[in-house]
Design a protein around this ligand. Structure first.
Ligand SMILES: Cc1cc2nc3c(=O)[nH]c(=O)nc-3n(C[C@H](O)[C@H](O)[C@H](O)COP(=O)(O)OP(=O)(O)OC[C@H]3O[C@@H](n4cnc5c(N)ncnc54)[C@H](O)[C@@H]3O)c2cc1C
Length: 380
């Protein structure tokens, strides 16, 4: 049974506690067939949407994104199933620009993504610009009243199964970061194809997308021309703490598995749990989990209470939570002995799931750069 005492922390309101408890109960009944990743992901989006759990991934008229709810959802889902977390997370990230900057017509997509009837993707990374977003080279040029998009996006989650993508391209108002714009592009737009499906250690739908003369109307532009970098960073400001929350969910699950294992497994006639060195490892894991949770929910609470930017808080949460989760999970594998690396065991799955979180939405060293900048400016 997971430790839920953190829900009593002052970061939360009763509605958060009720949400986390109810989602935990729902997710406990999930029996995801991971045989076909695309089919599993589609089914998860449908189920999450049908039962109302995707509502927090967007915000309609008069609503706003509640980052604490997004974080709680990811933590709870990650504890139960990594693909369920992924399915939830991408509906939010894929539609983040529309929620925060979209026109009423663009926002009509939200009704479908929040109901689980359409799948969303967020297309920022390119083959030669991952961490270095300002160097994006995909172009969008004016074409009559609309735009023509040419270039490639890679490592796109939900690539190949999404119905709609938020796409960032160079419109050239200024060099570097100030010359990018955001567009809403339905996946069936002529000229948009899946160039390659990408396989990873923990299977998720991922692809390289090719845009060859993709024509979109003028109202596909999200926000102002040249505002793409700011839009991307604002979206990530909301969603980066949720990556940290997912890592926290994986770490909590690893902790639960480790505790159950050391209580049950006897070595030399006594349970592993009685050995001080094992207890020392459990103590380190417990501290890492609680410290990560404090950073995650501090960042989410700061955003929800109206702090304009949480760049520093989000970077600290993501760096610490993902790096510590990797260590906690590694120790859980270690405490399981051979069973820890047995294909299909829970901790083996977590060991594969956690790895990419230290890379996507800003690799750990990029978070260190962000934090150092804040520290040097006197912001920490
Ligand atoms: C599973 C997965 C899902 C993804 N989903 C999406 C998605 O949905 N949409 C999307 O647009 N992208 C997505 N990505 C892409 C992801 O955001 C990039 O992989 C990430 O930003 C790193 O870019 P890169 O792979 O080009 O690595 P690079 O930019 O080449 O960086 C490689 C390494 O260099 C080091 N490094 C880079 N910059 C610095 C620096 N300034 N200082 C110090 N060290 C540095 C870090 O160690 C970093 O890990 C996904 C990636 C993965 C693995």
């Amino acid at each position: 049974m997971a430790d839920v005492s953190f829900l009593d922390w002052p970061f939360f309101e009763d509605r958060h506690r009720a949400f986390a408890e109810a989602l935990d109960g729902w997710a406990a009944g999930l029996a995801v067939d991971h045989g076909d990743t695309d089919a599993a992901c589609r089914a998860l989006v449908r189920r999450l949407g049908a039962d109302g759990w995707l509502a927090p991934t967007g915000a309609g008229e008069g609503e706003r994104l509640d980052v604490r709810t997004l974080c709680l959802a990811r933590e709870v889902l990650a504890r139960h199933d990594g693909l369920a977390d992924f399915a939830f997370a991408m509906q939010g990230l894929g539609m983040g620009a529309v929620t925060l900057f979209g026109t009423p017509v663009q926002r009509e997509w939200l009704a479908r993504t929040r109901a689980g009837e359409a799948i969303a993707g967020f297309a920022l990374t390119e083959p030669r610009s991952g961490s270095d977003v300002a160097n994006s080279t995909m172009t969008a040029v004016r074409d009559g009243g609309g735009w023509r998009l040419d270039g490639e996006k890679t490592w796109i989650s939900n690539g190949g199964i999404a119905d709609v993508y938020t796409v960032f391209a160079r419109t050239g108002e200024a060099p570097g970061a100030k010359g990018l714009s955001a567009f809403l592009v339905p996946a069936d737009t002529p000229g948009l194809t899946v160039a390659e499906r990408l396989e990873t250690v923990a299977p998720h739908p991922l692809a390289t997308l090719r845009f060859a003369g993709v024509r979109v109307p003028g109202d596909a532009l999200i926000g102002e021309p040249g505002a793409g970098f700011r839009i991307a960073m604002t979206v990530l400001d909301h969603f980066r703490p949720t990556v940290a929350a997912a890592a926290l969910g994986f770490a909590r699950r690893a902790m639960d598995e480790a505790v159950a294992r050391v209580k049950a497994r006897e070595i030399g006639g006594r349970p592993l749990a009685e050995m001080q060195m094992v207890q020392g490892h459990l103590a380190d894991m417990g501290v890492a989990v609680d410290a990560a949770a404090l950073l995650v929910y501090r960042a989410a609470w700061a955003k929800d209470r109206g702090q304009a930017r949480i760049t520093r808080e989000a970077a600290m949460a993501k760096l610490f939570s993902t790096e510590e989760a990797q260590k906690v999970i590694d120790m859980a594998v270690q405490l399981h002995g051979g069973d820890g690396v047995r294909k299909g065991s829970v901790v083996e799955r977590l060991y594969r799931e956690i790895r990419a979180l230290r890379i996507y939405e800003g690799a750990s060293d990029v978070q260190r750069v962000v934090i150092a900048r804040a520290v040097l400016e006197g912001g920490a």
